[in-house]
Write a protein that binds this ligand. Structure first.
Ligand code: ATP
Ligand code: MG
Length: 236
């Protein structure tokens, strides 16, 4: 369970996230949706602990983690750029979070095999990221997040580097992975089609503020502002 309590962020004097209050239940697929520059990545990075807050609090399972470093938060981030280590094999990339947490070689090998099997990466374990397709890299990044068995996955536009066909296939894959893992997905995108097809709830951001939160059909059928209607293409 993730709770954002009056979360704001300023860079210098520029406010980029403004008084965000949001309650995310266990197992939700919540999409943070909004136009470029509205503060989506900043908000996600604050939940991951990669960015400090100007004001407000972040609670994970009712524990205030506002000052907790990233590795001690029970969440795992999947970056838009995948952020894989180019000099390490796929197996070492996936196992990296376990190695830094001091797990044994045996434990790491078993966990990496499990996750790689689940994501169809077994035959690529000895390759390096540079020798993989965009879709395969995206799966490695996801696998690296999965080995930690986090309470929530934070994903920042994970499909934006994929072509249209692969993007649509990966959307379906992510939806079924979410169902299988029964874990919270917090997913950032500016793509309303992604949001409408995958989200159990959408939080639509505009200029650092939450415009509306609800199920895809609530936002589409009952937009609370002209911004929401225009962004989702609701009929007038
Ligand atoms: P996109 O869809 O393009 O990824 P976004 O919604 O993720 O956009 P953010 O990356 O959160 O937007 O940025 C929100 C605003 O904060 C932008 O105007 C951006 O220029 C500004 N910003 C982000 N990081 C910094 C920083 N480190 N220093 C100053 N300004 C920043
Ligand atoms: Mg962003």
């Amino acid at each position: 369970r993730i709770r954002l309590d009056g979360v704001s962020k300023r860079f210098g004097t520029t406010p980029v996230v403004q008084d965000v209050n949001l309650d995310i239940a266990d197992g939700e697929f919540l999409v943070l949706l909004g136009p470029s520059g509205c503060g989506k990545s900043t908000l996600l990075r604050m939940i991951a602990g990669l960015e400090s807050l100007s004001t407000g609090r972040i609670l994970l399972d009712d524990v205030d983690v506002t000052a907790t470093p990233p590795r001690h938060r029970d969440v795992a981030m999947v970056f838009q750029s995948y952020a894989l280590y180019p000099h390490l094999t796929v197996a070492k990339n996936i196992g990296f979070p376990l190695r830094t947490r001091g797990r044994s070689r045996q434990q790491i090998r078993e966990k990496v095999t499990d996750v790689a099997t689940a994501l169809g990466l077994i035959e690529h374990l000895d390759r390096r990221p540079g020798a993989l397709s965009g879709g395969q890299r995206q799966r490695v990044a996801l696998a690296r997040a999965m080995v930690r068995e986090p309470g929530a996955f934070l994903m920042d536009e994970p499909l934006s580097n994929l072509d249209a066909a692969l993007r649509s296939a990966t959307r379906t894959e992510l939806t079924s992975l979410h169902r299988r893992l029964a874990t919270t997905f917090l997913y950032v995108t500016h793509d309303q089609v992604e949001a409408m097809t995958m989200a159990s709830r959408i939080a639509l951001l505009n200029g650092g503020r939450v415009e509306q939160v609800g199920t895809p059909s609530e936002l589409y059928d009952a937009p609370r502002s002209t911004f929401v209607a225009a962004f989702l293409g609701s009929p007038p």
